[in-house]
Design a protein around this ligand. Structure first.
Ligand code: ATP
Ligand code: MG
Length: 150
């Protein structure tokens, strides 16, 4: 399965969607989360963290760019919003080759970091509490993950 569309009606459903992703994820995966301010990128990441067994609360890393959490594998949460228009070697590519799971908010600002295979998740705000998640799997293990969560 290469594409999947899921709508959520509230924050809890987005957490649950993320949790399913976190449970189904295998080592070394990269998730690109795109969508406007307040779309739900961090909210989905909170669910992913929960599915990975992370106990700490995931917060928006806007002012730190990278936060690392420990679950059944490390979660690298990158928010590239403040990197717009820059090309910097912050060592993220090495992190992403590591055994963890990487989530990148605003991945379009760090296109140079995007690996050959990844899951892209585009989030749009439908109305107040409704959000649409469009998944595009690029690579066999991501296609399988979509089957697992569909
Ligand atoms: N169905 C929903 N899914 C996710 N968030 C929702 C939903 N309905 C309402 N919300 C609200 O939308 C906001 C989403 O914020 P969040 O920080 O996840 O967005 P973001 O995409 O990470 O934004 P930013 O670009 O600023 O990092 C939260 O305030 C959340 O409570
Ligand atoms: Mg965010």
């Amino acid at each position: 399965m290469k594409h999947l569309e899921v709508c959520t009606e509230n924050l809890k459903q987005t957490h649950e969607l993320g949790e399913k992703i976190g449970r189904a994820a295998v080592r070394n995966m990269v998730f690109l989360l795109d969508g406007d301010l307040g779309a739900g990128k961090t909210t989905l990441t909170q669910g992913i963290a929960r599915g990975l067994g992370v106990r700490r609360n995931v917060t928006s890393p806007t002012f730190t760019i990278l936060k690392v959490y420990q679950g059944r594998m490390p979660l690298y949460h990158i928010d590239a919003y403040r990197l717009e228009g820059t090309v910097q070697d912050l060592g993220f590519d090495e992190l992403m080759e590591d055994e963890g799971l990487t989530v990148i908010e605003w991945s379009q600002y760090v296109s140079y970091l995007i690996p050959e295979e990844y899951m892209k998740i585009t989030i749009t705000l439908l109305e107040e509490d409704s959000r649409k998640f469009v998944f595009e799997a690029c690579g066999a293990q991501y296609e399988k993950l979509l089957e697992d969560i569909a």
